[in-house]
Design a protein around this ligand. Structure first.
Ligand code: R5P
Length: 289
């Protein structure tokens, strides 16, 4: 019990001043509980409502692809510029310093490699995600794939059940198969299915008509970068996505395969958070590079 000596009566009740409760800055998250909101706030900057996530989970399918051969040399120096890190538990535990204090979006399903088709992904044990203190779990959905659609939707559903229990948000990642059209109708469908099944964040690809994909998705949408583009084009992609309502990016190859990765991620940050145009972003890239 606190010392009762000199116990002072409260006398500063702010009478007449409205309560300082704030509207929440993440789309579709106003009704979530505190732990969930705290984790989302670590990912989405409360000042802008946006995020620059650095994705380097590619190795779980692709192995040591270009730019990710030595994560200690190529990715660790970029951590300071990212709002959130997206990776697998193996890389997190072996190569990412726990002192970075950046939120982690953990790749939380596995079971596929580039040598086979998309297949029966399984989920991580949520206790491991808790032990790793992650801020979100990322689960892939293979919408339109007759063999694996149901399995991957079930994975998302299960991850949301487990994540909700412990206050961990789930990001639905829309896969792109060889047979699937890459248009607003497809990405709109896949994104909406992620959200309907409880995803708190959706990661998808930019396409023409992206504003409709975002409008119809009740939670924040972030874009993957896809294949490596010339830096100016990648910044235009970010700009268009933000302009169409995206809440940020979760980019990999267009950062770590850039000729100047640290300059690139800072330029992307400028476009996402500071309202830079693609020209201004490219100028910043060149200055920093
Ligand atoms: C998605 O499932 C992958 O694991 C990557 O995280 C994603 O494709 C983002 O990386 P990139 O910008 O290189 O496409």
């Amino acid at each position: 019990m606190a010392d009762l000596d000199d116990l002072r009566e409260g006398n500063n009740f702010g009478l007449g001043i409205a309560s300082g409760e704030q509207p929440f800055h993440v789309k579709g998250a106003s009704h979530l509980l505190w732990g969930m909101k705290d984790r989302l706030s670590r990912i989405f900057n409360p000042s802008t409502g946006r995020t620059v996530m650095l994705a380097f989970d590619h190795g779980f399918i692709m192995g040591p692809t270009s730019g990710l051969e030595r994560i200690d040399l190529t990715i660790v120096p970029l951590i300071e510029y990212a709002d959130c890190l997206m990776c697998t538990r193996g890389i997190l535990q072996s190569l990412i310093p726990p002192s970075t204090n950046k939120p982690i979006c953990l790749r939380a399903d596995a079971g596929t490699s580039i040598l086979t088709e998309l297949n029966d992904n399984v989920l991580i044990d949520v206790e491991d995600a808790i032990r790793l203190n992650v801020s979100a779990m990322a689960i892939m959905l293979s919408i339109g794939d007759p063999s694996y659609e149901a399995k991957t939707v079930a994975n998302l559903y299960r991850a949301v059940d487990l994540g909700s229990r412990y206050g961990i948000p789930v990001m639905g990642v829309t896969a792109v198969g060889k047979q699937m059209a890459r248009d607003a109708r497809y990405f709109g469908l896949a994104s909406r299915i992620c959200a309907e099944n409880g995803a708190n964040i959706v990661k998808t690809y930019y396409c023409e008509g992206f504003d409709k994909v975002v409008a119809a998705c009740p939670v924040p949408v972030v874009i993957a970068g896809g294949k490596k583009l010339p830096e100016k084009e990648a910044l235009e992609l970010c700009y268009q996505a933000i302009n169409d309502g995206a809440s940020g990016v979760d980019m990999g190859r267009n950062v770590f395969q850039s000729v100047a990765p640290a300059a690139m991620i800072q330029a992307i940050h400028g476009v996402v958070h500071d309202g830079l145009t693609p020209d201004q972003g490219y100028e910043l890239f060149n200055d920093l590079a």
